[in-house]
Design a binder for this molecule. Structure first.
Ligand SMILES: Cc1cc2nc3c(=O)[nH]c(=O)nc-3n(C[C@H](O)[C@H](O)[C@H](O)COP(=O)(O)O)c2cc1C
Length: 113
């Protein structure tokens, strides 16, 4: 069950492997990272991602879906993992309103560009 798996991964501080390697990450200036909020945390595989890739001097743009917790402390966590990457204000997409979030997403993306 997903819920149990997530709890176990968090307790064990797991670092699930990422299947594909991004060979040309140097070519990107802005890295958009989207994820669900799981008990106030980002999925553990994102720890793998931020530990594997040095995003120094790239802009990080986070978007997170959740019930009502918003991004919780995930922005702070990621900033610690990527101290030299500027971060724009993350976008919270409510799980309940995700179908109506199109205009919020457009506005957010346009602000970053
Ligand atoms: C294991 C698990 C833990 C979750 N914890 C939270 C939480 O702490 N706060 C919250 O607002 N939503 C929480 N949610 C809801 C998810 O953030 C929400 O289902 C997801 O962002 C929307 O993606 P989905 O449509 O694929 O479920 C949790 C969901 C799961 C499965």
């Amino acid at each position: 069950m997903v819920v149990d798996d997530v709890k176990k991964e968090q307790q064990e501080k797991a670092r699930p492997k990422i299947k594909n390697k991004i060979e040309n990450i140097d070519e990107y200036e802005t890295i958009y990272v989207g994820y669900p909020n799981w008990w106030g945390e980002m999925p553990m595989i994102l720890y793998t991602f931020f530990e594997d890739y040095d995003l120094s001097n790239k802009t990080i743009a986070l978007f997170c879906t959740s019930g009502e917790s918003g991004l919780s402390d995930t922005e702070k966590t990621i900033q610690v993992l990527e101290p030299s990457a500027p971060m724009v204000k993350g976008l919270y997409v409510s799980k309940l309103a995700s179908k109506e979030a199109t205009s919020d997403v457009k506005e957010w993306v346009n602000e970053i560009k």
